[in-house]
Design a protein around this ligand. Sequence first.
Ligand code: WT7
Length: 665
Amino acid sequence: MSDENQVELEARLEEQEVFEPSEEFVAQANVSDPDIYEEFEENWPQSWERAAEMIDWDESYDEVLDDSNPPFYKWFTGGKLNASYNCVDRHVENGDKNRVAIKWEGEHGETRTYTYQDLYREVNEFAAALRAQGVEEDDVVTLYMPMVPELPIAMLACARIGAPHSVVFAGFSAEALATRMNSADSRCLVTCDGYYRRGDALDHLDKANEGLDGVDHGVDSVVVVDRLGEDGFDHELRGNQHDWDDLMAEHAGERVEPVERDAEDMLFLMYTSGTTGQPKGVKHTTGGYLSYATWTSHAVLDIEKEDTYWCSADIGWITGHSYIVYGPLALGTTTVMYEGTPDFPNRDRLWDIIEKYAVDIFYTAPTAIRAFMKWGSRFPEQHDLSSLRLLGTVGEPINPRAWKWYYKHIGNEECPVVDTWWQTETGGMMVTTLPGVCDMKPGSAGPPLPGIDAQIVDTSGTEVDAGRAGYLTVNKPWPGMLRTLYKNDERFVQEYWQEYSDVNSDDSDDWVYFPEDGAKVDDDGYITVLGRVDDVINVSGHRLGTMEIESAIVGVEGVAEAAVVGANHELKGEAVYAYVITEDGAEGGEELRGRIIEGVEDAIGPIARPEEVVFTPELPKTRSGKIMRRLLEDVANGEELGNTSTLRNPEIVDTIARQVEQQRN
Ligand code: WT7
């Protein structure tokens, strides 16, 4: 961390305010006893049974934690269970069949309501359909779908038959879909004809088909949901493509016994960006993940089955997996799903939905809150938000100003705000306040959750003093952790453990998980997460690898070399800035800039679209030829340039800075 950042940080913490949860909230909270931290610590890892007890097991486990082969930890070994049974059947059996499981709202305002009985029927029918399509236990099924109810139904149907799902965010490109299907050797795809965005029908099947053309192995079966009806694009279904409704009609009324899965069997794969061009297939298991998602939904989100709960993330990301689908449904609550954007038809859409469904708990991202703030408080003021009891945020650091705005204008200073730090890899929340126990400090996520052992260390692994910036590490395993990277144990060790562990030791105490985030801790043990310390950019709470974007750019004809960095952006948190050298050294023009942007959108998706493309004759490089990204970040941020003395070509930095300035004027 640079000195300026350190100074800014200290200033920020000095004026830190503390907010207490209301007595009323604490009185009803699922967890309100502060002793929970100590209880977890004294009885670790047995204390994690508390999480396992939140779900039903067909066969109970022998051991809570098997740490004999770190970092390949196993949780609840010997246990058998089914995630679909836990999210659906048990509520039907327990007398909650008529309780609403999913409230879905389309962008045009149409709604669909699924009770647990409805969900039970559809999950069974689709599970039968998948079986009939030849999907067997342990086959990876790819789900490339927008926010339609068929997505959680397909996830639960996969879980029911023990076929791991790999959900690919619908905003990702055809190429990104193909890469993920190839990597997972996935032979079955469930997709959708299209969806609505700001009033327009978008063609999704066209993209899916293009992706399928890029799959190297045979694809046995494709199921297509008809979302658009008459607004559809008249695609002819190909030979191996089936209409969702036809399959459901064919299997109407069928029941599929939930398959007994081992606690350590894979529940799903989720691809996420890393520092190389290849996305990482994060593997999550059935017993540990489900217990963890359910426990954190109970303890942090304070979900009760009587609640109406809404997480506005997309199910294409881990947030949606853990906190729209698995956690909330395992608890038997009502989970809201919204198809569209927050500003359609008006900027009060989310508040309109909260009022309409009397939402109790709302979980969203700082990037959204910054947009709401910019639009102004008159939009939430048009609505009765008094049903809200708790607010949450996730995805990136939230600045105290945005936190306070959220607390005041959405929560009416009555709802605690939980700022939850976690990652795709952690499966669930790791660092955040327990809303019924802890005070809140805007800008700081809070202490590690009970049972989570996190520390801030320096490069040598020594704990740093309170107030100093360092690196966030996790010193003990936890049930929701990723088990490995799909078919790549070596990269798993290298990416997450190598940095701070004694990799030759088989003593679990010598192994430390490194999430690649910078952080600091205060005297009360509250952790403030500062952001990634690797070449990963966090755009609107979504993780993008600079290498992935660079390789897309150098794939564009006329480009010789490219460097991509993340720099500050008012709404997105960070945005993508690209520095490009043309092939003939010629000045790049608008035409090339257009093709570069298109190239990035084709390779990854519109979320990776560069904010700025700057043409330059050279990139700042060290004597050993490494690109100095830090300087490019300074340039993009319009900040004073850092030290250039180690550069082979120091003069180029000023040239680039001038270019940027010209371009911005
Ligand atoms: C990265 C993980 C967890 C689901 C969404 C993102 C950043 C996440 C916070 C927070 C500060 C945060 C970290 C982390 N991050 N939550 N509350 N405060 N930073 O999942 O794509 O796996 O990204 O998001 O940098 O490493 P992801």
